[in-house]
Structures are given as structure tokens and as C-alpha cells.
Design a binder for this molecule. Structure first.
Ligand code: DC
Length: 226
């Protein structure tokens, strides 16, 4: 990694507010926002498009190996393209939600995405959100955060987002069940599970506004990073 590049790493379970917080922190500081989960979703999408059996790690690994992702800097973030197409909401459906966690257990997929994420420092300072950014991808960053919230708060936020974007209209209970199922797989997998890594700053956003979380992150950054 380029030692002059700064990486703010934010991990946490689904729906904890990582995307909104990372995007705003990035905008305020001029750091590019990187959504690492979108890369796992892209691999899942490509598996489904190619009718790959997502319960077979070797088939998933073979599919992911062939996926070529192109990177562009757009609106303060790293945007992804596959065969010239921006995946948009195609990677946010309940079907992708259901396969993304199993796909993310596959070591070859994780290795490929970890190497992509590390290479993105070529674009400049980054704020990266995910599940293993603080523990495995950039464990040496001096700015590492673990963002969490109650399961109820997370399900309500995620449902609101899905309805507003016209992606799905499931009950809060269904969204919560899907979130918890993913949390369980993400936290118990063998390779780079979601953990609260040593030395991270934990922020519980259940009772906080988005602005309060953003301020808390920015105020906790090392001197000279703001
Ligand atoms: O953040 P998200 O819901 O878009 O992530 C989609 C899936 O990818 C999620 O089930 C966990 C996985 N993931 C991961 O294993 N490691 C990351 N750094 C980011 C996401």
C-alpha cells in the first residue's frame, strides 16, 4: 500500500448505517467512498446471471475468477462497472441478499476482493465500509471503526431504504430475519469473519442521528486527517 494514502475503515453488521456514514464522511473530508459489499454483491449477481450453483464453493470461485470489474471515480466514490454496465439496484434485490453471504464465504472470492480493495489506494484517500476492512483488508489503519445498532433499528432502516428505492416491500420482520441470517453467516464463516477487531472504535448508532455518528467518526480521526 502507498504509505501516503489514508484509509478510514468502517465495519459492522448489515443495516448499521455504514453506507450513509461513509459517504458523508468521505464527502466532508474529500476521501473517496468505497462500498466493499457491492463487490461481493457483484460476484453474487454474476453467479446468478450465469446460473452458477451458489452452494458450490468451487463453482462460485470459478465464476468470480472470470468477473472483470472496472473502476471509475464518480461523485466522490469508486463506481464499479461490469461489461460496461453499472449494476445499480440489480445487486440490491432480496435474491442477491440471500446469496451474497454464502458467496462471501468462498476464500477465492475474498482473496480477489481483498486484493482489489488494497489496489484502490491508487485513487487516493479512501473511506471503505465492509465486514473485514478493519480486521483483514486494512488492519493497520489508524482509523478503524465498528458501527453497530440494534437488530430492530437496522431492519427498519433497511426496509425504509428498500421501499424508497422501489427495490422491495417486505415486512420489517422479513427484513430483520434476512439481516440476522446474513449476520450469522458473516460472523461465523471461516475466512475473515465479521468481528469487532482489537483497537477499533465502536459506535452504537441505535439512539444517534446520522449527523451524530458522522461527527463521532470525524472527531475520532488521527490529528491531521480531518
Ligand atoms: O454490506 P452489504 O450488505 O452490501 O454486503 C453484502 C455481503 O457481502 C454481506 O453478506 C457480507 C459480505 N461482505 C463481506 O463479507 N466482506 C465485506 N468487506 C463486505 C461485505
Amino acid at each position: 500500500m502507498n504509505d501516503n494514502v489514508r484509509v478510514i475503515a468502517i465495519d459492522g453488521p448489515s443495516g448499521a448505517g455504514k453506507s450513509s456514514v461513509s459517504r458523508i464522511v468521505g464527502e466532508r473530508l474529500g476521501y473517496l467512498h468505497v462500498d466493499s459489499g457491492a463487490l461481493y454483491r457483484i460476484m453474487s449477481w454474476q453467479c446468478l446471471e450465469n446460473k452458477v450453483d451458489t452452494s458450490s464453493p468451487s463453482d462460485v470461485a470459478a465464476c468470480a475468477e472470470k468477473v472483470e470489474v472496472e473502476f471509475r471515480v464518480e461523485n466522490g466514490a469508486i463506481a464499479y462497472y461490469v461489461n460496461g454496465e453499472a449494476p445499480g439496484n440489480k445487486i440490491r434485490t432480496p435474491e442477491i441478499n440471500a446469496v451474497a453471504s454464502p458467496v462471501a464465504t468462498v476464500k477465492e472470492v475474498r482473496d480477489k476482493i481483498t486484493s482489489i480493495l488494497r489496489s484502490l489506494t491508487r485513487f487516493g484517500n479512501l473511506v471503505i465500509e465492509g465486514r473485514d476492512i478493519t480486521s483483514a483488508v486494512f488492519p493497520d489503519s489508524p482509523a478503524r471503526f465498528y458501527l453497530t445498532a440494534s437488530a430492530e433499528a437496522r431492519a427498519m432502516r433497511r426496509r425504509k431504504e428498500e421501499v424508497e428505492k422501489g427495490i422491495a416491500n417486505q415486512s420489517v420482520e422479513a427484513v430483520k430475519a434476512s439481516l440476522l441470517a446474513r449476520d450469522k453467516i458473516d460472523s461465523s464463516r471461516k475466512h475473515a469473519p465479521l468481528v469487532k477487531a482489537d483497537g477499533v472504535i465502536e459506535i452504537d448508532s441505535t439512539e444517534l442521528t446520522l449527523e451524530e455518528v458522522v461527527e463521532s467518526v470525524i472527531n475520532s480521526l488521527p490529528d491531521g486527517w480531518k
